[in-house]
Ligand binder design. Structure first.
Ligand code: CMP
Length: 140
């Protein structure tokens, strides 16, 4: 399988509970390498822009509130099949449906406060990485 890069976020519900290290350890144990990382407190405009694909969904307002409620750690992860691997380690969007051992099963509070986000495809990974990072910030 090819070496890929994917975008990951540790959401405010997790940073507020001081889970950045525990979540990053799970990503690293799965063979993913953090090649960029920074802590941001996103503005409403940044959150609305990042999640624009969901702007007509009924949960959009709550999503923007949740993502601007505290700091987020935005990361770029690299590894073999990184996009799928990251989604496997994260677990299902709704923690009630997440498999044992996944980040969301262990740490998420609800579907809205589900601790992490990860890109779902190569195109979205490229877009989401470019939304938060410039090329020189990616250090493999
Ligand atoms: P994420 O992977 O960041 O992508 C969009 C987010 O919207 C999702 O995780 C959830 O945290 C949030 N969300 C809130 N309600 C829902 C819902 N009913 N269905 C899907 N996502 C939801």
């Amino acid at each position: 399988m090819a070496i890929e890069r994917t975008f990951s976020m540790i959401k405010p519900d997790a940073t507020q509970r001081n889970l950045t290290g525990k979540i990053t350890a799970k990503l690293e144990e799965a063979g993913l390498r953090v090649v960029a990382s920074k802590r941001v407190w996103m503005s409403r405009q940044q959150a609305e822009g990042f999640y624009a694909v969901h702007k007509d969904r009924p949960f959009f307002g709550e999503l923007v509130e949740t993502m601007t409620a505290g700091p987020t750690v935005v990361q770029v992860l690299e590894g073999e099949g990184a996009i799928l691997k990251n989604r496997e380690v994260m677990g299902a969007t709704n923690p009630a449906n997440a498999d044992a051992g996944t980040i969301r099963k262990e740490f998420a509070l609800s579907i809205g406060e589900n601790s992490v986000h990860g890109s779902d495809a190569p195109e979205t990974a490229a877009q989401e990485i470019a939304y938060w990072f410039s090329g020189i910030e990616l250090v493999g």
